[in-house]
Write a protein that binds this ligand. Structure first.
Ligand code: NAD
Length: 483
């Protein structure tokens, strides 16, 4: 029975469309349907992209003074803040996030629009003196229509990371949110209109990845794809985008490590490392799911980490004291449970967690108690593949070289943490670790002001920081002759 539920039609160029069908959006916390959403197929993607291309060609947005576009981004940030309570509640319900985390992400989304409103004013081309008589100018015009493909783990925030720099530079944008979590992105488009954005500059097209997403990547009028999600899908997108030689940025999976040495401040380290792997119920590409501890500290670290994990409250996302919410879907939880079973089959020891709550109200949701493994070997699947759930593997090491070798022994290279007071060791490890984002004596490697992206199979291209503006522009060289 979905008759009384909110329904979100497809809105393209100010018109509402039914789409190829409608689907139900389900709350991870209790399995209830919370809304129905019109699903874009190939025809609707074509409509959205064609309209975005017309808006781009139509000058209104791209030739607007950067200062005026920036003001609109600031107004959007203000609208996000005015609606922060409702947006956080919607994100929390749709994605199963603890409400405190959802509030922080809404605030970070607002800050992201403000940041690029400011950053675009400092982004400029160059004037150069070629050997010939005359002078050269280098301009950075916008690219055109940018297709953004967003995952379900940080739905509003990652939408903001992609849209804010692209819009600031004067591109028009079509966003394909994840099937499971389209609601806050749809609301963002409404807020953008209220903030004064012209119709068609920011269009949200919910739909299936292999249909709507694929159509967006194939569309010849889309000139840039920015994707966050799994490495498998990222590779497929890169192959498809090559047909039309689109620019592509890929922020993919990770299998990050925390390297913890015996001289670390253990209180800070245990607390921080706990959140680095279990925050967002482990559904985080930066999750430090491999925790490597120098042998002399290993037993004490393990005991304290296990005690702290036991204190985390698994609970309803709407409750203020909830630390961990449910996983996104029953299928995703089943996938995580598959990793847990296989790890045990391969000889790893489950110290605690990894089970599902049996009592109401949590029994109705996709919950999983945080799992801690020891005895996993570096080549085990649980140590090599991205689990994307609340699963930590803790391993002892005997030397810095051994820790470095284990840490680098995956296909991924997104983030990682170094815990030690030895500055020389820090320097060696910063240079030795194959990862795009590191944190020292902290688990915090994602900052609005700094570039974020990976190496190896964690992808290419960067989000955040001033350089994200470069991902959304062309380079045009012009020689002006003196005579
Ligand atoms: P996914 O890569 O399949 O989906 C991410 C986005 O890509 C979604 O919007 C999806 O609809 C879209 N998509 C899927 N196939 C597409 C295609 N052929 N063309 C264009 N777009 C397409 O990820 P998922 O199924 O949501 O999650 C699976 C795994 O991906 C997770 O378990 C996790 O390992 C990883 N993941 C990583 C991140 C990250 O931030 N790096 C985020 C979400 C998921």
């Amino acid at each position: 029975m979905t008759g009384s539920l909110p329904h979100y039609p497809l809105t393209i160029a100010g018109e509402a469309y039914a789409g190829q069908s409608r689907y139900e959006v389900v709350a991870p916390a209790d399995g209830r349907t919370i809304a129905t959403v019109a699903m874009a197929g190939r025809a609707e993607i074509d409509l959205a992209v064609t309209n975005a291309a017309e808006r781009f060609r139509g000058y209104l947005w791209r030739t607007m003074r950067p200062h005026d576009r920036a003001n609109m981004l600031v107004r959007l940030a203000t609208r996000i803040r005015e609606e922060a309570g409702d947006l956080a509640a919607l994100e929390s319900r749709n994605a199963g996030k603890p409400i405190r985390a959802a509030r922080a992400e809404v605030e970070a989304a607002a800050r992201c629009f403000e940041y690029y409103a400011g950053a675009v004013g400092t982004f400029h081309g160059q004037s150069l003196l070629p050997a010939a008589r005359g002078y050269g100018a280098v301009y950075h015009p916008p690219i055109g229509v940018c297709g953004m493909i967003v995952p379900w783990n940080f739905p509003l925030l990652i939408t903001a990371w992609k849209c804010a720099p692209a819009l600031a530079m004067g591109n028009t944008v079509v966003v394909k949110p994840a099937e499971a979590t389209p609601l806050t992105a749809l609301r963002l488009a409404e807020l953008a209109l209220e903030a004064g954005f012209p119709e068609g500059v920011l269009t949200i097209v919910p739909g299936l990845g292999d249909q709507a997403g694929q159509a967006l990547v194939e569309h010849p009028l889309v000139r840039k794809i920015s994707f966050t999600g799994s490495t498998a899908t990222g590779k497929r997108i890169a192959r498809t985008a090559a047909e039309t030689l689109k620019k592509v940025s890929l922020e993919l999976g990770g299998k990050s490590a925390a390297l913890i040495f015996a001289d670390t401040d253990l209180d800070t380290c245990v607390d921080s490392t706990l959140w680095s792997v279990f925050d967002n119920s482990g559904q985080d590409c930066c999750s430090r799911s491999r925790i490597l501890v120098e042998r002399g500290l290993y037993n004490e670290f393990l005991a304290r980490f296990a005690t702290a994990a036991n204190r985390l409250k698994l609970g309803l996302p709407s409750e203020e004291d909830t630390d961990l919410g449910p996983l996104i879907t029953p299928a995703h939880r089943a996938r995580v449970l598959g990793f847990i079973t296989q790890a045990q089959d391969q000889g790893a020891t489950l110290v605690q967690g990894g089970d599902m709550p049996g009592d109401e109200p949590l029994a109705d949701g996709n919950y999983l108690f945080p799992a801690i493994f020891i005895d996993a070997q570096p080549n085990h699947r649980i140590m090599q593949e991205e689990v994307f759930g609340p699963v930590a593997c803790i391993l002892p090491f005997d030397s810095e070289e051994e820790a470095l070798t284990i840490a680098n022994d995956t296909a991924y290279g997104l983030s990682g943490s170094i815990w030690t007071r030895d500055i020389n060791r820090v320097q060696r490890l910063v240079h030795g670790l194959a990862a795009g984002c590191l944190s020292v004596n902290s688990n915090s490697s994602v900052h609005q002001e700094m570039p974020f992206g990976g190496v190896k199979q964690s992808g290419y291209g960067h989000e955040l920081g001033p350089d994200a503006l470069r991902a959304y522009c062309e380079t045009k060289s012009v020689f002006y002759s003196e005579g």
